[in-house]
Design a protein around this ligand. Sequence first.
Ligand code: PMP
Length: 446
Amino acid sequence: MHQYLFPRSFKTNYLEADYGDGLYIYDKAGKKYLDGCSGALISNLGHRNKDIIAAVEKQFAKLEFAHPSRWRTDIAEEAAAAVAETAPGDLDNVWFVSGGSEAVETALKLARQYYVERDGEGSGKHVTIGRWNSYHGSTIGTMAVAGSMARRRMFLPLFKESPKIPSTYCYRCHFCKRYPQCGLLCAHALEEMIQIIGPQYISSFIAEPIVGSTAGAVVPPDEYWPMLREICDRYDILLIADEVMTGCGRTGKNFCVDHWNVVPDIIATAKGMAAGYMPTGGIIARNHLIEAIKNGSGAFMHGHTYNGNPMSAAAVAAVFRYMKEHKVVENAAKMGELLGAGLKKIGEGSAIIGEVRGKGLMWGFEVVKDKASKEPFEKKLAAANVVTRACIEEGLIIYPSSGQITGTGGDNFMIGPPLVITEPQVKELLEKLKAGIEKAENAIAK
Ligand code: PMP
């Protein structure tokens, strides 16, 4: 069903995309838009990158598909090796899928199978703990472990429900505490939940290193992920990092967990992996998980037709080659410093921005009615959308979300330009954003 016949939202005025060029997308009337959020933090190399297109075309001319149950291909091996090389610790094993939701589903199944292989079919370890204020995908399984109520409510009861703990969200702390006096109650909440359920029933805990689409780039305190790692180790539970949005260089490191030197048991990733040039995702798993399957049943009880398909693999291999050759992750870290400083300045100067937070090239804004009390605007105003529309008029695309609808936060939007952004383009983005926010401020005041 075409989006125009069955649009995701009947309330949205869709822009008519014509073509892309670097950081920009042009509409059919020829208006130029700076892609300030890389779609949804996907187009890490910008649009129409000639090297990636050439690599994909080359593969297309050679072999478009070979079923993964029978064939291995050099291109899939090359792509997997390139991804594994960037992952920390012994995260050496890559399994390709078609997108982020499939990657998370794959991670959840691998976690369960690991314990069955290790402990036998009687293993009770099947529960995955998730967090409120999180997004892990649109399929039923990923919805069960995620906490965005707006996205879940209509589909309850889910086939499988999972227990959840609060996310980190220092600006609107679930425990009404302040960091660091809080002692990271949000991390201790995991231990508490494990004790309530019983570690013998729990296979894994899943979280986004930086909460993305539900709350606008919420960065946890530095101690948080090392604490999660320690708790999971203590109770023999696998730690899954959902790096669908934060992975592949987005935050100025290869993977976001690298900021805290944490090695999760499984990383689920997608978006930046093929940077929008092919529908791709994947998991990266530590060696002991794969060893358990090798020494047990011998096969991961999972599979999709498009696992490791040559076209996506060609895009992944080319994206990772390009990132290495052009030092794209280093650029993301450098430009991130510049962008972050400029965004914070804009936030300080605006009456409706309560907080600006982020890492690398993943930044979130909290839109508020009152900066002192943090009171959000009335829900029906959809303040983040007001800012988005004003920015579109200025020729800048940003990524809005509303934690208000989920009942877990305020109105937010994200800035996440392609990782190949240059210094003049950072300036251009800042100017456009400042103008958009001022315009939104005036529109709201009227
Ligand atoms: N996990 C996270 C953290 C995401 O941000 C997303 C997509 N926004 C997904 C999973 C789902 O990915 P996809 O849309 O490719 O299925």
